[in-house]
Every structure is written in C-alpha cells, then in structure tokens.
Design a protein around this ligand. Structure first.
Ligand code: SF4
Ligand code: SF4
Length: 129
C-alpha cells in the first residue's frame, strides 16, 4: 500500500516503476486526487534487484510504503454493529445482514488498507503485524 503526500500526487511515480525498474503491478485500489494525499493498493512484482531499487525510488520520492503482510481482524466483543465501516471499506468487506441487522465482516475481501481501523467508533477493527 502506497501513501502519497499531496506534493507528489500529480507525478508519474507508478509509470517510473514500470519504465525505469521493469516492475509490473496489479492495481487493487486507487484514491489519488491532485493536491491531496493519495493511496494506492497494488501487487508489485519483478526481479529482486529491480524491486529493491523501485522501493528505494518510492521511498526517496516521499512515498510511504506499508506492507500488506499485516492483517486486520475484528474483535467481535467490541463491535456494536453501528455500520460506520460499511461505506468506508473499498473492497466491500462489510455487509449488513438484513434479517438480524448485524454487520458481517468477510475477512477474505480485506486488503488491509486500515481505513476501518480509524473509522470504527469502539475500535473493534484491529491491525495486526
Ligand atoms: S464500525 Fe466497528 S462497531 Fe461499527 S459495525 Fe463496523 S466494526 Fe462494528
Ligand atoms: S482494512 Fe477494513 S476498510 Fe480496509 S479493506 Fe480491510 S476491512 Fe475494508
């Protein structure tokens, strides 16, 4: 997951990863607006040397890189089923069960962006490393 500071959201950073470092990417989620902080969730692959160079380039350009070897889980005892996470999640990992009005969490859809962790009022969503 790449966090772009506002001053570089207009720059062709991902293009440089492909052109200069011969890396390929699979974009899973993008939220980038010029002048605002941007977020890209992607799978990045290439040979190890190029990958390391590409990551160095990103870091030096000011991009903050978060590895998705992290995991997000829900503390069921804390969840109040308020629904605040449903519209926030970019991968629709949360859904409302119509009969019970409970909020269901599909862990398999989670790409560990962390948005629900900040948004959950009782802090039921927990980031694990
Ligand atoms: S925001 Fe938190 S408390 Fe509310 S439904 Fe989602 S996980 Fe449960
Ligand atoms: S961390 Fe939360 S908001 Fe992000 S994908 Fe996973 S469940 Fe959805």
């Amino acid at each position: 997951m790449l966090h772009f500071p506002p001053n570089i959201t207009g720059q062709p950073v991902v293009y440089r990863l492909v052109k200069d470092f011969d890396l390929t990417f699979n974009l899973l989620k993008a939220s980038v607006s010029p002048g605002e902080e941007g977020l890209l969730v992607m799978e990045l692959s290439g040979n190890e040397k190029d990958y390391d160079k590409g990551v160095k380039f990103l870091t030096e350009a000011g991009v903050r890189i978060q590895s998705l070897s992290q995991d997000v889980i829900r503390d069921e005892s804390r969840c109040t089923h308020c629904g605040a996470c449903i519209t926030i999640c970019p991968t629709e990992a949360f859904s409302l069960e119509p009969r019970t009005r409970k909020v269901l969490f599909d862990h398999n859809k989670c790409v560990v962006c962390g948005l629900c962790v900040k948004a959950c009022p009782p802090r039921a969503m927990i980031l694990h490393f």
